[in-house]
Write a protein that binds this ligand. Structure first.
Ligand SMILES: CC(=O)N[C@H]1[C@@H](OP(=O)(O)OP(=O)(O)OC[C@H]2O[C@@H](n3ccc(=O)[nH]c3=O)[C@H](O)[C@@H]2O)O[C@H](CO)[C@@H](O)[C@@H]1O
Length: 358
């Protein structure tokens, strides 16, 4: 079975796509080809995972000037033609669109060529690429029931999460507390601004605490400088641009402070990690807030709204949580109940079904 997986841009699109690819390979020995764009995170993560990647040029449509949007629309037929050439060459049995730049033209080309298509949508409100092709796909895998109406033949599968998150070793009894801060695949400006302001105080208040802060490729240097100027003991914090080994980083953490992108939330559930979530307020239809509310209402996470989050408030909530191991253990157990360990397998089986290979 040959499967073409298209899309990317942020980690939120490409990381679940890699989990689907792994499952298709494990279950069916599938041959996989990824299609992405040069500026997406896929250009780093897909080759790292050992899969072939074809790059196409697709411009941006969201949060850009009218001129850029017009140019993207004018280039769209060319991108679709390029995808049709790739389809003729690779001859996939099905095409999976995971959302993001390359997803739209590749799925459009597959629909025009009569190749079965599956759309994957992790958010309650689908992104543009999936909204455009949703009613033309053969089937769709969604995470939230309200997203189903945008697609044909949608099933609620949950989000595929890399396998290691389900089997992380527990934190050793009595180990000094560790806080992982991460702002999603691109980092989060708000966390980068707030954390250095409270780091010294927080490290004083919580004995033995250490902090690992992922700031995003574009903001790592300024965040590092802010920590350096904060007076916080440099032996007890670390700043990174991007973490390649997120499973290990989750395993080492007693608490995770994060945005609430769809995969982040799914990984917190899979790993049973207690978290403090601050949703990205500009996410389409405020979907990050909905993601965070799922964990918060189950008692698996605390949620703070960015507009109300002062440095003092963040400091107080983190100090209270890190000082209460019993509470963290309870949150961890609640988080696990929200995991979907069979999401990758269900989606792989859906792909095989539409490809006529089940
Ligand atoms: C700003 C923005 O538009 N965010 C969207 C984007 O977020 P984003 O790309 O941050 O998406 P997610 O939170 O879904 O996923 C991030 C993924 O990157 C991984 N990771 C992150 C940092 C790191 O250093 N190393 C690493 O491996 C995480 O483990 C996770 O697997 O896509 C999500 C899924 O469509 C949406 O819900 C988010 O609203």
């Amino acid at each position: 079975m040959r499967i073409l997986i298209a899309g990317g841009g942020t980690g939120g699109h490409i990381i679940p796509a890699l989990a689907i690819a792994d499952e298709l390979k494990a279950l069916y020995g599938a041959e996989i080809l990824f299609v992405g764009t040069p500026r997406g995170l896929e250009s780093k993560l897909v080759p790292q995972a050992g899969y072939p990647l074809e790059l196409i040029n697709v411009g941006q449509l969201k949060n850009v000037s009218l001129l850029t949007r017009l140019r993207t629309l004018a280039d769209l037929p060319l991108s679709i033609l390029h995808c049709r050439t790739l389809l003729r060459r690779f001859r996939p049995d099905a095409v999976v669109g995971v959302g993001g730049y390359a997803s739209g033209p590749a799925m459009g080309a597959a629909v025009l060529s009569g190749i079965p298509t599956l759309a994957f949508e992790p958010n309650a409100f689908p992104g543009l690429a999936n909204r455009l092709v949703g009613k033309r796909v053969s089937a769709a895998a969604v995470n939230f029931a309200p997203a189903a109406k945008f697609f044909r033949n949608a099933e609620i599968t949950g989000i595929p999460v890399r396998k290691e998150f389900f089997t992380l070793p527990p934190r050793p009894e009595g180990a000094p507390p560790h806080l992982l801060v991460f702002g999603g695949s691109q980092g989060a400006r708000a966390l980068n601004a707030l954390m250095p302001r409270i780091a010294a105080q927080l490290l004083d208040a919580v004995p033995g605490l250490t902090i690992l802060h992922q700031a995003g490729a574009r903001h790592a240097e300024t965040t590092l400088a802010a920590y350096q100027q904060s007076g916080a003991d440099p032996a007890r914090w670390q700043v990174a641009a991007f973490l390649d080994d997120m499973g290990t980083r989750f395993a080492a953490a007693d608490l995770v402070l994060a945005r609430s992108g769809a995969s982040t939330v799914a990984e917190l559930a899979a790993a049973g990690k207690p978290s403090l979530l601050i949703p990205f307020p500009q996410a389409a239809d405020d979907h990050q807030r909905k993601n965070a509310e799922v964990l918060a209402s189950a008692g698996a996470a605390e949620m703070l709204i960015e507009a109300d989050t002062t440095a003092e408030k963040l400091d107080a909530v983190l100090t209270a949580l890190l000082g209460d191991p019993a509470r963290l253990r309870a949150m961890s157990a609640r988080a696990r109940t929200l995991a979907h360990p069979d999401a990758s397998e269900r989606i792989a089986r859906m792909v095989a079904r539409i490809a006529g290979k089940a």
